[in-house]
Design a protein around this ligand. Sequence first.
Ligand SMILES: N=CN[C@@H](CCC(=O)O)C(=O)O
Ligand SMILES: [Zn+2]
Length: 401
Amino acid sequence: MTSHLITDIGELTCVDAESRVLHDAAVVVEDGTIAWIGAAADAPEADGRTCAEGRAVLPGWVDPHTHLVFDGDRSAEFEARMAGESYAAGGIGVTTEATRAASDERLAELVRGRVADAVAGGTTYLETKTGYGLTVEEEARHARLLAGLRAEGLVDEVTFLGAHLVPAGRQAEDYLDDVVGPMLEAVREHVDWVDVFCDRGAFDGDQTRRVFEAGRAAGLGLRLHGNQIEHGPGVAVAVEYGAASVDHVNHLTDEDVAALASTWAGWDAAARAGEPGTVAGCLPACDLSTRAPLAPGRELLDAGVPIALASNCNPGTSYTTSQNFNVGTAVLQMHLTLAEAIEAATYGGALALRAQDRVGSIEVGKRADLHMLDAPAAIHLAYRPGMPLTHAVWRAGRRVA
Ligand SMILES: N=CN[C@@H](CCC(=O)O)C(=O)O
Ligand SMILES: [Zn+2]
Protein backbone atom coordinates (compact mmCIF):
# COMPACT_ATOMS: atom_id res chain seq x y z
CA MET A 1 0.00 0.00 0.00
CA THR A 2 1.34 3.48 -0.85
CA SER A 3 0.15 6.63 0.83
CA HIS A 4 0.48 10.30 -0.01
CA LEU A 5 -0.17 13.33 2.19
CA ILE A 6 -1.35 16.63 0.73
CA THR A 7 -0.93 19.17 3.48
CA ASP A 8 -1.01 22.90 4.21
CA ILE A 9 -4.24 23.24 2.25
CA GLY A 10 -5.51 26.78 2.80
CA GLU A 11 -9.11 25.92 1.99
CA LEU A 12 -10.49 22.41 1.48
CA THR A 13 -13.96 22.35 -0.10
CA CYS A 14 -15.23 18.83 0.60
CA VAL A 15 -18.67 18.99 -1.12
CA ASP A 16 -19.85 16.43 1.43
CA ALA A 17 -23.43 16.36 2.74
CA GLU A 18 -22.51 18.97 5.39
CA SER A 19 -20.82 21.21 2.77
CA ARG A 20 -17.71 21.34 4.95
CA VAL A 21 -14.99 23.84 4.08
CA LEU A 22 -11.86 23.22 6.16
CA HIS A 23 -8.92 25.56 6.64
CA ASP A 24 -5.27 24.59 7.30
CA ALA A 25 -6.28 21.11 6.26
CA ALA A 26 -4.70 17.94 4.92
CA VAL A 27 -5.79 14.88 2.96
CA VAL A 28 -4.18 11.43 2.89
CA VAL A 29 -4.57 9.29 -0.21
CA GLU A 30 -3.96 5.54 -0.08
CA ASP A 31 -3.90 3.44 -3.22
CA GLY A 32 -6.01 5.91 -5.16
CA THR A 33 -8.63 6.41 -2.44
CA ILE A 34 -9.13 9.16 0.12
CA ALA A 35 -8.08 7.63 3.45
CA TRP A 36 -8.03 10.58 5.84
CA ILE A 37 -9.20 14.24 5.99
CA GLY A 38 -8.51 16.65 8.83
CA ALA A 39 -6.43 19.43 10.29
CA ALA A 40 -2.92 19.66 8.87
CA ALA A 41 -1.54 19.67 12.42
CA ASP A 42 -3.07 16.23 13.06
CA ALA A 43 -2.13 14.59 9.77
CA PRO A 44 -0.56 11.13 9.92
CA GLU A 45 2.75 10.25 8.26
CA ALA A 46 2.65 9.03 4.68
CA ASP A 47 5.07 7.67 2.08
CA GLY A 48 4.93 10.83 -0.02
CA ARG A 49 4.04 14.45 0.63
CA THR A 50 2.85 17.49 -1.30
CA CYS A 51 2.75 20.87 0.37
CA ALA A 52 -0.13 22.97 -0.95
CA GLU A 53 1.45 26.16 0.48
CA GLY A 54 -1.95 27.52 1.44
CA ARG A 55 -3.68 26.82 -1.86
CA ALA A 56 -7.33 25.80 -2.19
CA VAL A 57 -8.26 22.19 -2.95
CA LEU A 58 -11.62 20.93 -4.19
CA PRO A 59 -12.91 17.74 -5.79
CA GLY A 60 -11.91 17.18 -9.40
CA TRP A 61 -14.63 18.39 -11.75
CA VAL A 62 -17.13 15.84 -12.99
CA ASP A 63 -18.17 16.66 -16.56
CA PRO A 64 -21.31 14.63 -17.34
CA HIS A 65 -21.87 15.87 -20.91
CA THR A 66 -19.32 16.14 -23.73
CA HIS A 67 -19.14 15.27 -27.43
CA LEU A 68 -15.42 14.74 -27.99
CA VAL A 69 -15.43 12.57 -31.14
CA PHE A 70 -15.43 15.06 -33.97
CA ASP A 71 -13.33 16.52 -36.74
CA GLY A 72 -13.77 19.63 -38.86
CA ASP A 73 -14.18 23.30 -38.16
CA ARG A 74 -17.36 25.29 -37.57
CA SER A 75 -15.89 28.62 -36.61
CA ALA A 76 -17.61 30.30 -39.58
CA GLU A 77 -20.97 29.10 -38.26
CA PHE A 78 -20.08 30.55 -34.87
CA GLU A 79 -19.04 33.84 -36.46
CA ALA A 80 -22.33 34.02 -38.36
CA ARG A 81 -24.16 33.43 -35.09
CA MET A 82 -22.32 36.30 -33.47
CA ALA A 83 -23.54 38.39 -36.41
CA GLY A 84 -27.15 37.47 -35.66
CA GLU A 85 -27.87 33.99 -37.04
CA SER A 86 -29.68 31.55 -34.73
CA TYR A 87 -28.34 28.15 -33.75
CA ALA A 88 -30.04 25.27 -35.60
CA ALA A 89 -29.55 21.52 -35.26
CA GLY A 90 -28.53 21.22 -38.92
CA GLY A 91 -24.89 22.09 -38.16
CA ILE A 92 -24.51 18.61 -36.72
CA GLY A 93 -24.53 17.34 -40.31
CA VAL A 94 -21.46 19.44 -41.18
CA THR A 95 -19.45 17.88 -38.38
CA THR A 96 -20.77 14.42 -39.26
CA GLU A 97 -19.35 14.71 -42.77
CA ALA A 98 -15.91 15.79 -41.53
CA THR A 99 -15.85 13.15 -38.80
CA ARG A 100 -16.75 10.31 -41.15
CA ALA A 101 -13.75 11.28 -43.30
CA ALA A 102 -11.26 11.10 -40.40
CA SER A 103 -9.14 7.98 -39.86
CA ASP A 104 -9.31 6.01 -36.62
CA GLU A 105 -5.86 7.29 -35.70
CA ARG A 106 -6.77 10.91 -36.29
CA LEU A 107 -10.02 10.67 -34.32
CA ALA A 108 -8.25 8.99 -31.41
CA GLU A 109 -5.58 11.69 -31.41
CA LEU A 110 -8.23 14.44 -31.45
CA VAL A 111 -10.16 12.89 -28.56
CA ARG A 112 -7.00 12.34 -26.52
CA GLY A 113 -6.07 16.00 -26.99
CA ARG A 114 -9.49 17.15 -25.81
CA VAL A 115 -9.39 14.87 -22.77
CA ALA A 116 -5.92 16.21 -21.94
CA ASP A 117 -7.29 19.77 -22.10
CA ALA A 118 -10.15 18.81 -19.77
CA VAL A 119 -7.79 17.19 -17.27
CA ALA A 120 -5.47 20.20 -17.41
CA GLY A 121 -8.49 22.26 -16.35
CA GLY A 122 -9.29 20.10 -13.35
CA THR A 123 -11.73 17.54 -14.80
CA THR A 124 -11.21 14.05 -13.40
CA TYR A 125 -14.44 12.21 -14.33
CA LEU A 126 -15.83 12.58 -17.81
CA GLU A 127 -18.71 11.34 -19.94
CA THR A 128 -18.53 11.55 -23.71
CA LYS A 129 -20.76 10.60 -26.63
CA THR A 130 -21.00 9.30 -30.14
CA GLY A 131 -23.41 11.25 -32.36
CA TYR A 132 -21.37 12.51 -35.31
CA GLY A 133 -21.39 9.17 -37.13
CA LEU A 134 -25.09 8.61 -37.85
CA THR A 135 -24.62 5.35 -39.78
CA VAL A 136 -24.34 1.91 -38.23
CA GLU A 137 -20.68 1.59 -39.16
CA GLU A 138 -19.67 5.08 -38.06
CA GLU A 139 -21.56 5.08 -34.77
CA ALA A 140 -20.01 1.68 -34.01
CA ARG A 141 -16.54 2.99 -34.92
CA HIS A 142 -16.91 5.96 -32.56
CA ALA A 143 -18.32 3.80 -29.75
CA ARG A 144 -15.39 1.37 -30.11
CA LEU A 145 -12.89 4.21 -30.01
CA LEU A 146 -14.44 5.59 -26.82
CA ALA A 147 -14.66 2.18 -25.17
CA GLY A 148 -10.94 1.77 -25.85
CA LEU A 149 -10.20 5.09 -24.17
CA ARG A 150 -12.45 4.11 -21.25
CA ALA A 151 -10.44 0.91 -20.86
CA GLU A 152 -7.30 3.05 -20.69
CA GLY A 153 -8.91 5.18 -17.96
CA LEU A 154 -9.01 8.32 -20.09
CA VAL A 155 -12.79 8.67 -20.16
CA ASP A 156 -15.22 7.27 -17.62
CA GLU A 157 -18.64 6.91 -19.25
CA VAL A 158 -19.66 6.43 -22.87
CA THR A 159 -23.02 7.40 -24.37
CA PHE A 160 -24.67 6.38 -27.63
CA LEU A 161 -26.23 9.40 -29.37
CA GLY A 162 -27.26 7.89 -32.70
CA ALA A 163 -30.45 9.97 -32.33
CA HIS A 164 -28.59 13.26 -32.66
CA LEU A 165 -29.95 14.29 -36.07
CA VAL A 166 -31.72 12.64 -38.99
CA PRO A 167 -28.83 12.38 -41.46
CA ALA A 168 -29.15 13.95 -44.91
CA GLY A 169 -31.09 11.79 -47.34
CA ARG A 170 -32.92 9.76 -44.66
CA GLN A 171 -36.46 9.92 -43.29
CA ALA A 172 -36.77 10.14 -39.51
CA GLU A 173 -38.70 6.90 -38.89
CA ASP A 174 -36.60 4.94 -41.34
CA TYR A 175 -33.40 6.25 -39.73
CA LEU A 176 -34.78 5.41 -36.27
CA ASP A 177 -35.32 1.83 -37.43
CA ASP A 178 -31.53 1.71 -37.72
CA VAL A 179 -30.94 3.51 -34.41
CA VAL A 180 -33.08 1.14 -32.36
CA GLY A 181 -32.06 -1.90 -34.43
CA PRO A 182 -28.65 -2.61 -35.93
CA MET A 183 -26.99 0.56 -34.63
CA LEU A 184 -27.94 -0.11 -31.04
CA GLU A 185 -26.92 -3.72 -31.50
CA ALA A 186 -23.51 -2.66 -32.85
CA VAL A 187 -22.72 -0.15 -30.10
CA ARG A 188 -24.36 -1.95 -27.18
CA GLU A 189 -21.24 -3.66 -25.83
CA HIS A 190 -19.27 -0.40 -25.88
CA VAL A 191 -21.62 2.07 -24.20
CA ASP A 192 -23.23 2.80 -20.83
CA TRP A 193 -25.97 5.27 -21.79
CA VAL A 194 -28.34 6.19 -24.60
CA ASP A 195 -29.10 9.85 -25.33
CA VAL A 196 -31.55 11.61 -27.67
CA PHE A 197 -31.64 15.18 -28.96
CA CYS A 198 -35.34 15.97 -28.44
CA ASP A 199 -35.86 19.42 -29.93
CA ARG A 200 -36.84 21.35 -33.04
CA GLY A 201 -34.95 20.05 -36.06
CA ALA A 202 -33.97 16.79 -34.32
CA PHE A 203 -36.43 14.28 -32.76
CA ASP A 204 -39.91 14.69 -31.29
CA GLY A 205 -41.33 13.23 -28.09
CA ASP A 206 -42.62 9.96 -29.57
CA GLN A 207 -39.42 9.38 -31.49
CA THR A 208 -37.50 9.95 -28.27
CA ARG A 209 -39.73 7.43 -26.49
CA ARG A 210 -38.95 4.89 -29.18
CA VAL A 211 -35.20 5.24 -28.62
CA PHE A 212 -35.62 5.18 -24.85
CA GLU A 213 -37.69 1.98 -24.99
CA ALA A 214 -35.02 0.26 -27.06
CA GLY A 215 -32.12 1.63 -25.00
CA ARG A 216 -33.76 0.63 -21.75
CA ALA A 217 -34.48 -2.86 -23.07
CA ALA A 218 -30.79 -3.11 -24.01
CA GLY A 219 -29.85 -2.29 -20.41
CA LEU A 220 -28.58 1.25 -21.01
CA GLY A 221 -29.11 4.23 -18.74
CA LEU A 222 -31.13 7.10 -20.21
CA ARG A 223 -30.16 10.76 -20.72
CA LEU A 224 -31.60 13.48 -22.90
CA HIS A 225 -30.81 16.74 -24.69
CA GLY A 226 -33.98 18.78 -24.33
CA ASN A 227 -35.59 22.22 -24.23
CA GLN A 228 -32.55 23.85 -25.82
CA ILE A 229 -33.88 25.53 -28.96
CA GLU A 230 -37.47 25.91 -27.88
CA HIS A 231 -39.89 24.61 -25.32
CA GLY A 232 -40.81 21.02 -26.16
CA PRO A 233 -41.50 17.60 -24.69
CA GLY A 234 -37.89 16.85 -23.66
CA VAL A 235 -38.23 17.38 -19.93
CA ALA A 236 -41.60 15.61 -19.80
CA VAL A 237 -40.20 12.55 -21.59
CA ALA A 238 -37.09 12.52 -19.40
CA VAL A 239 -39.31 12.54 -16.31
CA GLU A 240 -41.69 9.92 -17.75
CA TYR A 241 -38.78 7.52 -18.30
CA GLY A 242 -36.81 8.34 -15.16
CA ALA A 243 -33.80 9.54 -17.18
CA ALA A 244 -30.71 10.30 -15.11
CA SER A 245 -30.45 13.76 -16.63
CA VAL A 246 -32.00 16.18 -19.06
CA ASP A 247 -29.50 18.71 -20.34
CA HIS A 248 -29.76 22.24 -21.78
CA VAL A 249 -33.12 23.08 -20.08
CA ASN A 250 -33.14 26.63 -21.42
CA HIS A 251 -36.88 26.80 -22.08
CA LEU A 252 -38.86 25.48 -19.12
CA THR A 253 -42.40 25.98 -17.91
CA ASP A 254 -43.35 25.94 -14.24
CA GLU A 255 -44.81 22.47 -14.93
CA ASP A 256 -41.44 21.23 -16.21
CA VAL A 257 -39.68 22.47 -13.07
CA ALA A 258 -42.34 20.89 -10.84
CA ALA A 259 -42.13 17.62 -12.77
CA LEU A 260 -38.34 17.51 -12.33
CA ALA A 261 -38.68 18.28 -8.62
CA SER A 262 -41.21 15.45 -8.23
CA THR A 263 -38.62 12.91 -9.40
CA TRP A 264 -36.58 13.62 -6.24
CA ALA A 265 -39.30 12.54 -3.79
CA GLY A 266 -37.44 9.32 -3.03
CA TRP A 267 -34.07 11.00 -2.44
CA ASP A 268 -32.86 12.02 1.03
CA ALA A 269 -30.53 14.93 0.27
CA ALA A 270 -29.25 15.20 3.85
CA ALA A 271 -28.28 11.54 3.94
CA ARG A 272 -27.45 11.43 0.24
CA ALA A 273 -29.34 8.19 0.02
CA GLY A 274 -32.41 6.81 -1.70
CA GLU A 275 -33.52 6.86 -5.31
CA PRO A 276 -32.05 9.78 -7.28
CA GLY A 277 -34.29 11.54 -9.78
CA THR A 278 -33.62 13.44 -12.99
CA VAL A 279 -30.76 15.95 -12.75
CA ALA A 280 -31.09 19.16 -14.77
CA GLY A 281 -27.87 19.66 -16.71
CA CYS A 282 -27.02 23.33 -17.16
CA LEU A 283 -24.49 24.25 -19.84
CA PRO A 284 -23.48 27.90 -19.40
CA ALA A 285 -20.65 27.90 -21.97
CA CYS A 286 -23.10 26.55 -24.54
CA ASP A 287 -25.73 29.11 -23.62
CA LEU A 288 -23.25 31.95 -24.09
CA SER A 289 -21.94 30.51 -27.36
CA THR A 290 -25.46 30.23 -28.77
CA ARG A 291 -26.71 33.47 -27.21
CA ALA A 292 -29.46 31.46 -25.55
CA PRO A 293 -31.06 32.48 -22.26
CA LEU A 294 -28.93 30.97 -19.50
CA ALA A 295 -30.52 27.84 -18.06
CA PRO A 296 -32.51 28.77 -14.94
CA GLY A 297 -30.17 27.07 -12.47
CA ARG A 298 -31.19 29.35 -9.61
CA GLU A 299 -34.89 28.59 -10.08
CA LEU A 300 -34.25 24.86 -10.43
CA LEU A 301 -32.24 24.73 -7.20
CA ASP A 302 -34.86 26.80 -5.40
CA ALA A 303 -37.51 24.31 -6.55
CA GLY A 304 -35.48 21.40 -5.17
CA VAL A 305 -34.05 20.10 -8.45
CA PRO A 306 -30.36 19.11 -8.25
CA ILE A 307 -28.42 20.57 -11.16
CA ALA A 308 -25.16 19.66 -12.85
CA LEU A 309 -22.82 22.01 -14.67
CA ALA A 310 -21.30 20.45 -17.78
CA SER A 311 -19.13 21.68 -20.62
CA ASN A 312 -21.11 20.05 -23.48
CA CYS A 313 -17.82 20.35 -25.39
CA ASN A 314 -18.68 20.09 -29.09
CA PRO A 315 -17.77 22.02 -32.25
CA GLY A 316 -21.22 23.56 -32.79
CA THR A 317 -22.41 25.10 -29.57
CA SER A 318 -19.69 24.90 -26.93
CA TYR A 319 -16.09 24.41 -27.99
CA THR A 320 -14.60 24.29 -24.51
CA THR A 321 -14.00 21.73 -21.78
CA SER A 322 -13.44 24.38 -19.11
CA GLN A 323 -15.41 23.67 -15.97
CA ASN A 324 -13.48 26.51 -14.28
CA PHE A 325 -15.21 28.80 -16.78
CA ASN A 326 -18.62 27.23 -16.12
CA VAL A 327 -18.31 27.54 -12.36
CA GLY A 328 -17.22 31.19 -12.61
CA THR A 329 -20.08 31.94 -15.00
CA ALA A 330 -22.63 30.16 -12.81
CA VAL A 331 -21.68 32.45 -9.93
CA LEU A 332 -21.41 35.61 -12.01
CA GLN A 333 -24.41 35.16 -14.30
CA MET A 334 -26.69 32.41 -12.98
CA HIS A 335 -26.71 33.70 -9.41
CA LEU A 336 -25.51 30.47 -7.82
CA THR A 337 -23.47 30.73 -4.66
CA LEU A 338 -19.90 29.49 -4.99
CA ALA A 339 -20.80 26.39 -2.96
CA GLU A 340 -23.77 25.65 -5.23
CA ALA A 341 -21.71 26.10 -8.37
CA ILE A 342 -18.89 23.86 -7.13
CA GLU A 343 -21.39 21.21 -6.04
CA ALA A 344 -23.11 21.34 -9.44
CA ALA A 345 -19.78 20.79 -11.23
CA THR A 346 -18.75 17.91 -8.95
CA TYR A 347 -21.41 16.03 -6.97
CA GLY A 348 -24.20 17.19 -9.31
CA GLY A 349 -22.37 15.74 -12.30
CA ALA A 350 -21.73 12.55 -10.36
CA LEU A 351 -25.46 12.28 -9.59
CA ALA A 352 -26.24 12.81 -13.27
CA LEU A 353 -23.99 9.83 -14.05
CA ARG A 354 -25.15 7.81 -11.04
CA ALA A 355 -21.52 7.80 -9.88
CA GLN A 356 -22.19 9.73 -6.66
CA ASP A 357 -21.02 6.92 -4.39
CA ARG A 358 -17.58 6.89 -6.03
CA VAL A 359 -16.72 10.45 -7.09
CA GLY A 360 -17.87 14.06 -6.80
CA SER A 361 -16.79 14.89 -3.26
CA ILE A 362 -13.79 14.65 -0.96
CA GLU A 363 -14.81 11.98 1.55
CA VAL A 364 -13.02 9.02 3.06
CA GLY A 365 -13.47 5.99 0.82
CA LYS A 366 -14.07 7.93 -2.38
CA ARG A 367 -11.76 7.98 -5.36
CA ALA A 368 -8.99 10.50 -4.78
CA ASP A 369 -9.91 12.99 -7.50
CA LEU A 370 -8.50 16.32 -6.37
CA HIS A 371 -8.10 19.75 -7.94
CA MET A 372 -5.66 22.24 -6.44
CA LEU A 373 -6.01 25.88 -7.45
CA ASP A 374 -3.23 28.39 -7.67
CA ALA A 375 -5.25 30.55 -5.30
CA PRO A 376 -5.96 30.57 -1.57
CA ALA A 377 -9.74 30.26 -2.01
CA ALA A 378 -12.08 28.77 -4.59
CA ILE A 379 -13.96 32.04 -5.00
CA HIS A 380 -11.05 33.05 -7.26
CA LEU A 381 -12.80 30.97 -9.96
CA ALA A 382 -15.39 33.75 -10.24
CA TYR A 383 -13.25 36.61 -8.96
CA ARG A 384 -10.55 36.08 -11.62
CA PRO A 385 -12.52 34.67 -14.57
CA GLY A 386 -10.48 33.24 -17.40
CA MET A 387 -7.24 33.04 -15.42
CA PRO A 388 -5.24 29.77 -15.45
CA LEU A 389 -6.14 28.78 -11.92
CA THR A 390 -5.62 25.01 -12.05
CA HIS A 391 -2.35 24.24 -10.27
CA ALA A 392 -2.42 20.45 -9.86
CA VAL A 393 -4.83 17.58 -10.52
CA TRP A 394 -4.96 14.04 -9.10
CA ARG A 395 -7.14 11.34 -10.63
CA ALA A 396 -7.56 8.23 -8.49
CA GLY A 397 -4.59 9.45 -6.50
CA ARG A 398 -2.30 9.79 -9.52
CA ARG A 399 -0.99 13.24 -10.40
CA VAL A 400 -2.29 13.90 -13.92
CA ALA A 401 -1.70 17.66 -14.26
N1 LIG B 1 -27.88 20.05 -29.16
C1 LIG B 1 -27.44 19.02 -29.57
N2 LIG B 1 -26.17 18.65 -29.67
C2 LIG B 1 -25.05 19.51 -29.35
C3 LIG B 1 -24.69 20.41 -30.47
C4 LIG B 1 -24.24 19.66 -31.64
C5 LIG B 1 -23.72 20.50 -32.76
O1 LIG B 1 -24.25 21.58 -33.06
O2 LIG B 1 -22.76 20.00 -33.37
C6 LIG B 1 -25.34 20.26 -28.07
O3 LIG B 1 -25.53 19.58 -27.08
O4 LIG B 1 -25.37 21.49 -28.04
ZN1 LIG C 1 -24.67 18.00 -26.06
